[in-house]
Design a protein around this ligand. Structure first.
Ligand SMILES: [Cu+2]
Length: 488
């Protein structure tokens, strides 16, 4: 336990005395037992703060200047791979969008030295902070805008606890990726104790096929990401059977996301305003994370398996969707929407727009704006096996199996196909997303995971140890899982 304690102290930058206090205040209490009857006894015994893991992103390191924790945050343009077959140009911080997570303790004095490497002015808003107006990050209203090449220093005395975030307060910059997490660990650790604590940012991008620049004005989102990755490129949450787990969702986008967990009942234990008193926790398996909100959920991972964790909006469980499935799959050449000047495709075309055959099921859909798609013929129809293989290197292409899965009269069935050519063996790319965290998943799993999806892998001890040892062996620089690997 002492090496574990030393590690946690180091990771959180806790003073020894503060840590000792946390331990003392964490003796078994006489508080009533949680309504979550599946709370394990061991979760009740001790409580101490553990670092939050932001999968695929990681943390922003800090240095000490006297009693101040100093973070250096740089806004910059980044080419980010969000999927094996898609890289996009985002605006983020220190190499990623979302930017790295900042973790501090209640009571800390924090300084953020911010530099703007973008081609236009910006500033940083600290969402939910009860702080002084000069640190609120509103261009002109509370501070001069930070010009390209410019710098601004934010300074905070942290008196709150919970899940907060930073972001540009300029709307299009926000949609280009300018956001990141800010965790304030509580002076008195939360109870019951959680062995794992994760942060997941929910974002959406509208990017035309063959394009790399998200259209920040568009509402037709076709790339839905957790921590900047779309399934199956998302990194699963690795937990040990019996762990109590906290997941903090942060949503800074245009859509609300109902986050759903399979196989478990969780309790909603926190919001963007901090911890919810235990008596007000509510149970569920789906929590709606509205725009600008944070939701923390906790559960005991007592059900072994690879459980899906995903947004339950059907269109957020897909990749690269830019048109409607259905009739158009058997009709070549239907235009997919239009731009804002032409009423998103509803006010033009022959004959008889908007109800003419030219429009059909694509009415009001499509990715107008960056390049007008009104004149683009699209189809979701099946490709020949050879064309599919050429178009998608790295895919597993089990077309033979897939074709035998389709009923012989499929084309006579209204609305066929739905998912037949979009989810399944044809979309599998296990090798392209291979990583230690995916070790032991059923072959072909990646064909059924798209968009805002990942796993909570609840692993029995032996399997857990195997996966953890593979993660350690990978020895990845700045591994977001470092805090867990060092403790394991
Ligand atoms: Cu969603």
């Amino acid at each position: 336990m002492s090496s574990r304690r030393t590690f946690i102290q180091k990771a959180l930058g806790l003073g020894a005395s503060v840590f000792a206090m946390s331990r003392l205040s964490a003796e078994p209490s006489s508080r009533p037992v949680s309504r979550n009857s599946r709370t394990n006894n061991r979760n009740r015994e001790a409580a101490f703060n553990i670092p939050v893991v932001t999968t695929d992103i990681g943390d922003l390191p800090f240095t000490m200047d006297g009693d101040a924790k100093v973070f250096r945050l740089v806004a910059e343009v980044i080419k980010q791979q969000i999927h094996p077959m898609k890289s996009i140009n985002v605006w983020g911080f220190n190499g990623s969008a979302p930017g790295p997570t900042i973790q501090v303790n209640q009571g800390d004095h924090v300084r953020v030295v911010f530099e703007n490497h973008l081609p236009e002015p910006t500033s940083l808003h600290w969402h939910g902070f009860e702080d002084t107006i000069p640190n609120d990050g509103m261009p002109v209203i509370s501070q001069p805008p930070v010009k390209p090449g410019g710098r601004f220093v934010y300074e905070f005395d942290i008196h709150q606890e919970g899940t907060y975030f930073y972001h540009s307060h300029m709307a299009m910059q926000e949609m280009a990726g300018m956001l990141g997490g800010f965790i304030m660990h509580p002076r008195e650790p939360y109870r019951p104790h959680c062995e794992k604590d994760f942060l997941i940012h929910l974002q959406e991008y509208a990017v035309l096929p063959s394009n790399t620049v998200p259209n920040t004005m568009n509402m037709e989102f076709n790339w839905l990401v957790f921590n900047g990755k779309a399934g199956p490129a998302t990194t699963p949450l690795i937990v040990k059977l019996g762990d109590r787990v906290r997941i903090r969702f942060v949503n800074l986008g245009m859509d609300h996301h109902p986050m759903h967990l399979h196989g478990h009942t969780f309790y909603v234990t926190g919001t963007e305003g901090g911890r919810i008193p235990e008596g007000a926790w509510w149970p569920g398996n789906t929590v709606l994370v509205g725009v600008a909100q944070a939701r923390a959920v906790e559960f005991v991972a007592n059900n072994p398996g690879d459980w899906m964790l995903h947004c339950h909006l059907p269109h957020h469980m897909m990749n690269q969707m830019s048109s409607v499935a259905g009739k158009m799959t058997r009709t070549m050449g239907i235009p997919a929407g239009g731009d804002m000047n032409t009423g998103m495709g509803m006010l033009q075309g022959e004959p008889g727009a908007p109800l003419g055959e030219d429009y059909g099921p694509t009415l009001g859909r499509g990715l107008g704006g960056v390049g007008n798609t009104a004149d683009t013929s699209t189809t979701n129809g099946p490709l020949s096996q050879q064309k599919a293989m050429e178009a998608m290197p790295g895919m597993q292409h089990e077309m033979g199996n897939m074709q035998s899965d389709i009923a012989r009269n499929a084309n006579d069935v209204p609305n066929f196909p739905q998912d037949a050519y979009m989810e399944g063996p044809m979309m599998a790319m296990d090798d392209a997303v291979e990583r230690p965290e995916n070790y032991g998943l059923n072959p072909g799993w990646s064909g059924f995971m798209q968009g805002m999806m990942t796993f909570v892998r609840v692993l029995p001890p032996e399997k857990y140890d195997e996966v953890i040892s593979r993660m350690k062996k990978a020895n990845r620089p700045h591994d977001p899982y470092a805090a867990i690997l060092e403790r394991a």
